[in-house]
Write a protein that binds this ligand. Structure first.
Ligand code: FE2
Length: 188
């Protein structure tokens, strides 16, 4: 029987909660895929929808020989737009955080300021906003991510790989970081 208020919870109830959370968390790849499909309903005034944009960004990363987690990050970098365009880099980065390296997390978290090089001036914002990160170890890779893969990926004529192609990568990356039940039990 589950508790009705937290201050009455017993250790064995928390162990059971940990077990059920861990079991559900293994379905993360399906959650990600359904969010990506939702992006397919968002055009937001661009030449291609947001799913095709993510697929195209990931395709360019793949063809450039990027690491698998960075390809998946490229695929998911705008996934936060399902919730909020304004906060989307932070949302996407926090979704990815348990599953990717610190560098990949930072690249997604800051990608809008790097993208700003290509459009901020039109909006009266600083196109060099990325400079605040120039001493970071991941700076050069973030430049490549945005300049070569992300900002170029609104092209309906580009040969973009389909979601099916990336599914095994999504499955691998989004099951990697989850905490096994035994470890969770050890923490309680
Ligand atoms: Fe993007």
């Amino acid at each position: 029987m589950a508790f009705t208020r937290m201050d009455e919870g017993r250790v064995e109830q928390w162990v059971e909660i940990g077990r059920q959370v861990a079991a559900r968390q293994t379905r993360m790849p399906q959650v990600i895929k359904s969010m990506l499909l939702r992006l397919g309903e968002q055009m937001d005034g661009f030449a291609i929808d947001q799913l095709q944009h993510g697929l195209q960004t990931a395709t360019r990363a793949y063809r450039a020989g990027a690491a698998e987690e960075l390809i998946v990050a490229a695929l998911c970098h705008d996934i936060g737009k399902v919730i909020s365009v304004e906060n989307h880099p932070a949302i996407a980065a926090e979704i990815l955080k348990p599953y990717v390296s610190r560098d990949t997390y930072e690249i997604v978290r800051t990608h809008q300021d790097f993208q700003g090089r290509h459009y901020y001036a039109l909006m009266g914002k600083d196109p060099n906003a990325r400079r605040q990160y120039e001493n970071e170890a991941w700076y050069d890779l973030a430049c490549r991510f945005t300049d070569e893969w992300d900002q170029t990926s609104f092209d309906p004529a580009y040969e973009t790989l389909p979601l099916d192609f990336f599914e095994p990568m999504i499955d691998r990356v989004f099951t990697k970081g989850f905490i096994p039940v035994q470890e969770m039990e050890a923490k309680l």
